[in-house]
Every structure is written in structure tokens, then in C-alpha cells.
Design a binder for this molecule. Sequence first.
Ligand SMILES: *Cc1c(COP(=O)(O)O)cnc(C)c1O
Length: 387
Amino acid sequence: MMFEQHLHTLEDQHLRRRLRTMVSATGPTVVLEGREVILLSSNNYLGLATHPTVVEAAVAATQHYGAGAGAARLVCGSLTPHQTLETALARFKGTEAALTFAAGYLANIGAIPTLIGKNGLILADRLCHASLIDGCRLSGAMFRVYHHRDMHHLERLLARRPSGRPTLIVTDGLFSMDGDIAPMQDIVELAERYDAMIYVDDAHGTGILGRTGRGTLEHCEVESRVPYHMGTLSKALGSAGGYITGSASFIAYLVNTCRSFTYTTAPTPGSAAAAVAALQIIEQEPQRRTRLWENRAQLAQGLVRLGFHLAASESPILPIIVGDPGRAMTMAQSLFDHGVYAPAIRPPTVPPATSRIRLTITADHTPEQIDRALVILEQAGRSINLI
Ligand SMILES: *Cc1c(COP(=O)(O)O)cnc(C)c1O
């Protein structure tokens, strides 16, 4: 009874969520509920989830090592593909070492509590990803949020903090629901000035930001000043899992203290091998990144021309803020009915009154697909009087 009541309440508030089954791969178009639609909501920015080389690497590793790793890494699941991936990640990011996790979510909820505990203070951007918030809560540290990207607010909180508390600043690199970038130069300066640690989650920046795709820290030119950071293998890398790169001693410390590393089965050998192949492609095919940004420009310029207001996005994540969740649902339904899949993102994923259609574009979309999507977006935007 309790479950149904809760679901009714969500339904009334237009906040109920339902799973939709996709019967195709995550390409630029997909087959969903029996229809072929243009997909504008995956994080597969470079199209690597379906890249033949990446898929072949997963198949080959699965054939050699099996479908599952057999156990946690410290028990018997530490396989060659995990080692190879960590070496490749460390080299790509220019750190001594790296550690991979079965999910980015697990990396965050495990690593943050190893950095700070009950006597510490966490200062987090208000729009941090839920996995960061959960990691902060698990740490038991005192927790404060600063206004989104507001460095004056962050500095006020740093200046006024209770003395003697170790402090950790927590932020997304590229924000997952807004597509804007953390002011890392300023954050690093404040951290240095106020003797605070920094934990950056670069799930969305990795592979797409920076001259060579190393991510937000490369983009902001602060790599040498941020000793460790976290990211995922599940977005631009097209595979699954999370990672942390840093010094050899920090990584060894995580192996010994991070509960979400120790007490879970190792990632599948196939997903590790896929991520290795994806990293190689990111380094060898910079033209994919170029295409992604060209596509991003075509979609963003088209949306602005149609009269959509595009928040502060600086990336392939382009949120169209609608406000009311019911209206966002209506717009999403209209998009789907006419051939575009981009679901309404609603609270608690985003703050109240900022329900949105979060569009993401990939390197694999063609200019024709983007033009067609724009026609459908115009129709859907008009249907709710947004434009
Ligand atoms: C997706 C995401 C995660 C979680 O990563 P998974 O590998 O999907 O578990 C963590 N942080 C941010 C910012 C994300 O967007």
C-alpha cells in the first residue's frame, strides 16, 4: 500500500519515472518502443560505445578471461585487462597511477570517505552529482554547499569555517545537467590559499574537454596543481566503470581503505578492455572530438535561432529549461511522438522549478539528423509555448 501511495503522489506531481526499453545499440538513432528515433540523451559523446574496435576489444577479452571477473580485485579478480587499463589511464592523465571501479558512483561514495571524516568539513557546489553528495554524506564530515560556481560564496565559507577542520572542496568538472564548467583556476587558488583539498568529478569532461581530451583539468590548465581526480569510463569512453588517477601512494592508500573498491566484484574484463581501446582511439583520432564540437555548434546555433534559451552550457550537454515538470513531460512526449528521444529531467535530479529537456549530442550524429531534430524541437517547443 505504501508503495502505491508513493507512486500516486509522484504521478500527481509529474515526477513519476518509468523505464523504456531500447532494443538497439546506443547510436545516433535507436529503436525504442517499436519506433526509430534520433537519440539526443546519451553520454556516448564520441560514439565509442559502438565503435567496432572498442566492441571487438570487449569481445576478445570476454573470450579470453570470461564474462565475469570471478571475485573482488583483492581476492582473485585482478586481471590483466584491469592492470592494462590502469596503466593506460595513468599515462593518459599524466599521473603515477590509477585505480578503476565497477562504476563511477562507487568511486565517489568510496573515495570521499577515505579523504575526510567526522572531524572534517566538505564544501560542495550546489549542483554536484548525486553520487558526490552520497559520498559526502557517507564520510560523516560537516557538509555545506556553495552557490553554483560562486567563488565569492566558496571563499566566504572557507574564511568562516570552524578552525582546525580539514577541508575538502567537491565539484563536478563539467556539470552533468547544466553543461557548464567549474572555474577550476579559481577553485585551485582558493584551495591553495585556504589549505583545502579538492575532489573533482570529471565524468563528463574526460575524453572531450582540453586540447588532447584529458578533460576539465587540461581545459582549465590546472592539471599539475590537482594531485588526484575522479572520472568515469561510462560516458565518452563508451564502456562502464569509474576511475581515480593520482600518486602511487594515494592509489595504494585507496586499495587499502576504500570500501567500494574492496567489497565489490571487479569490473568485467570486457568493460576494462573496451575502455583501453577507447582511450587509444581518443588519443589517435582527435577528429572525433572535432566532429563532436562541430555537431554541438550546429545544434546549439539552431536552438538559439529557434528562440530557445540555453542556460550557460559550454559543452555537448545542452539543457532546455522548461521549469514545470508537467510541461517538461509534455515537451518530451511531443519530441518522442515526432521522432526524437530526450526525456524530461526533473527533481530530484535537478533543483525544483528547473525541469528540463537535457539534450546531448555526439560525434556520430550527421548534420541531416541534427537538422531534422531541430525541426522536431521547434514543433515541441511551440506545443508548450516555450518559443
Ligand atoms: C554518470 C556520473 C557519475 C556516475 O558514473 P557511473 O559510471 O555511471 O556510475 C558520477 N558523476 C557524474 C558527474 C556523472 O555524470
